[in-house]
Design a protein. Sequence first.
Lengths: 264, 155
Amino acid sequence: MYNFNHHRPGSVDEAAAALSGADDGKLLAGGMTLIATLKQRLASPSDLVDLGAIADLKGIREDGGAIVIGAMTTHATVAGDASVKAKIPALAALADGIGDAQVRNCGTIGGSIANNDPAADYPAALVGLGATVHTNKREIAADDFFTGMFETALADDEIITAVAFPVPEKAGYQKFANPASRYAIVGVMASSGPAGVRVAVTGAGPCVFRLADAEAALGGGFSADAVTNVGVAADGLNSDLHASAEYRAHLVGVMLRRAVAAAG
Amino acid sequence: MPTVSMTVNGRAVTGEVEGRTLLVEFLREQLSLTGTHVGCDTSQCGACVVHVNGESVKSCSMLALQADGAGVTTIEGIAQNGELHPMQEAFREHHGLQCGFCTPGMVMSAIDLLNKNPSPDEGEIREWLEGNICRCTGYHNIVKAIQSAAANMRG
Ligand SMILES: Cc1cc2nc3c(=O)[nH]c(=O)nc-3n(C[C@H](O)[C@H](O)[C@H](O)COP(=O)(O)OP(=O)(O)OC[C@H]3O[C@@H](n4cnc5c(N)ncnc54)[C@H](O)[C@@H]3O)c2cc1C
Ligand code: FES
Ligand code: FES
């Protein structure tokens, strides 16, 4: 790991100033992805701006019909939070299924979505529940946030502050996890609520995507039977040592039906 | 060089570190607390698990400066007045280790589990140990040790 200047600001404004004042600054959240990246020298920022001391970025609150989760809230906190468990149990279960206990104690929702790993769980939650990403500059709909493999709509100097999830009437998430890392080989979030009927797929393609056929079928009645025949083509899906594109295409259908069934 | 201060095993410590100094490097190399091991150095194996403000974390994947101001507990800090912690005692009693390399991380991880869930069933214990890899024991005796420690700690 190359050395860098470490900053530990106490507010989002100070963090933004530290970032814009650096030659090549990068934000540090839970470090679960970034520190490994630095060790491998795949990144060598001049400055790291550690968001860990900014109290405003941590915690979960209810705001009208939404659950608002601060960017620096850990997966363990989301998994254990009483209001998330009561209002969006599928989201609590998704957070509880990320990696392992120590990853969940450090990894954050902001870091996960900024990274936009094609196999990460949270992208499916944001798109599948119709969430809104709040940054220090604007609000971005989840549908517009995830733009490609490891790519998002964030500008270089933009800081995610929170994610707002509208409370759905029904929601279910199921993933076929990689047995070593627990990353999703395929994960599907299906929901129905104020954001409409939504089905989002992670792990299968280069970036999270919505499944229009499934959404249309579920619009006529939200049950696993409605999507018995819905599937996806293998074209364009990921193929790697964990699973071929054909296998992932098959898993999309299976996880979809399980997610809808889990939504109740 | 930046200065870092934290409370380690109840003792206030201060040291000079680089931005890139890992928490595990600070513990092992500056404080000579070599009970915390480094197995994979890539946040897979859990040999380096310590508690930061009561939560188990992988100290190979945290910067020392991220723990500035925190309370840190390592394997050296859990025995009290010369008596092994009940989790250490249970690992000894149930032969929950062979080479012992994974043991400090296993013990620290297991204590965090019992803090959150004092009566885990076998499935919950195995699930919790997802981030702790042991190459020797086959896990059975580790699970037995944690079950036994849970019973003893509930009293
Ligand atoms: C062993 C292991 C298993 C894992 N398994 C899973 C899994 O099953 N499912 C899953 O989804 N994930 C998994 N992960 C990833 C984990 O969820 C991490 O939380 C995630 O990769 C990054 O979050 P972080 O908080 O650690 O961010 P960091 O690593 O600190 O940062 C990641 C990136 O996000 C940027 N960033 C961070 N915060 C912000 C912000 N507020 N605004 C803008 N940019 C920001 C950083 O600059 C960096 O580029 C696993 C990781 C490990 C090590
Ligand atoms: S050495 Fe930290 S997880 Fe393996
Ligand atoms: S006892 Fe040898 S690695 Fe666990």
